[in-house]
Design a protein around this ligand. Sequence first.
Ligand code: HAM
Length: 421
Amino acid sequence: MAIKSAKGTRDILPGEVGGWQRVESAAHRIFALYGFREIRTPIFEPTELFVKSTGSDTDIVTKEMYTFTDRGDRSITLRPEGTPGVVRAVLEHRLVGQGEIERLYYLGPMFRYERPQKGRYRQFSQIGVEAFGSAHAATDAEIMQMVIALLADLGIADALLQINSVGHSECRGVYRQALRDALMPRRDELCPDCQRRLDVNPLRILDCKTPGCMQIVATAPRILDYLCSDCSTHFAQVRECLETLSVRHEVNPRLVRGLDYYTRTTFEVVSDKLGSQNAICGGGRYDDLVASMGGPAVPGFGFAIGEDRLVMVAAEMPGAGPCSAPADIYIVHLGPEALKEGLAAAGALRARGLATRIDPDARDLKKQMSKAAGWGARYALLIGERELQGGKYALKRMADGEQHEVPARQWDQIRLEIARA
Ligand code: HAM
């Protein structure tokens, strides 16, 4: 039997790629408006990078990483998320020092060994952003506004921004204890994973999707009631700035997120068009991460959009339209001399920015015209031996069959005629 793609991976076929390109070009354009620059980091990194930054007892690190030993006996992991690699690169190349600002973004594949379902894959793509150097609440609001601006650019107006604060490490410590104390008497009712989480990291219980655990968690203490006054003020300021920027949002006190590095603001953007995997985007503040990786005390704020999910939602928006590649001219050649002329014509037209196709193997007129239609060409340029001798080609508009002669080799004239149409 023919080999199939690995479980949890998929091909993005030519008919779908337009949707991806549309999303990516909007991201490049809008992130640049906010002063972000692109960075490209490796797809694999030393395993310890993720253990140290994503967190040693997160689901990602304990259950989901693609880790292997390479031929040099090094433990290597396919990146499950982009933040650790970017922080590593920032430190390795000294891109940011204390008191400095650096705004970076990235696009590319991530790998997590999860149970595949709609919107959840083992290889998926993220569009992520990391902003270093500002702890100000206005930065959080500005960057969340940027996500909303990107979605709006793609015609998505009904996604919901949910925010929360997980405080800094001390207020989180106090809350962790309060949560453990509250849940301990109901330990036996929790799922086996959460019984373990209760000992190791009870905050993880808040995002367990098991119905029994969700019910127990509904009555548990809320982290917002345990924030110190600085963290509380920061959260109030974030909300105020969001109001100033007219960014609609909702507070979700259970939003703690599945990665270890967050401090203070956490957020997600959810869409009801996605089913159970409803988060288009997740992120938050990480003021201790850079220092914990051996760098200067530089605060950070970032997010990652699940591109697979964003493309899915964007495609459903009215006006998204089919995203097809351009198909300007199909060259029909009739005879060996005409083929040579056609190849030259194709080169000259492409050099003038026209998407042009010619099929050297095709011979008769009917077959070539049907190929032109199949490709979706706007025009067919017919070159026959007779036309060649007369110094002319025939240009046929595919939509209505209108056909007229054009002088041979007058490429600019041909380009102008097509541009005018
Ligand atoms: P995350 O919440 O793990 O955060 O992932 C961000 C987004 O990636 C999710 O909201 C979802 O849309 C998408 N995603 C995650 N896993 C999958 C999957 N298996 N299949 C399809 N899509 C998926 C992070 O990765 C952080 N690095 C975000 C961040 C950047 N925080 C600060 N800076």
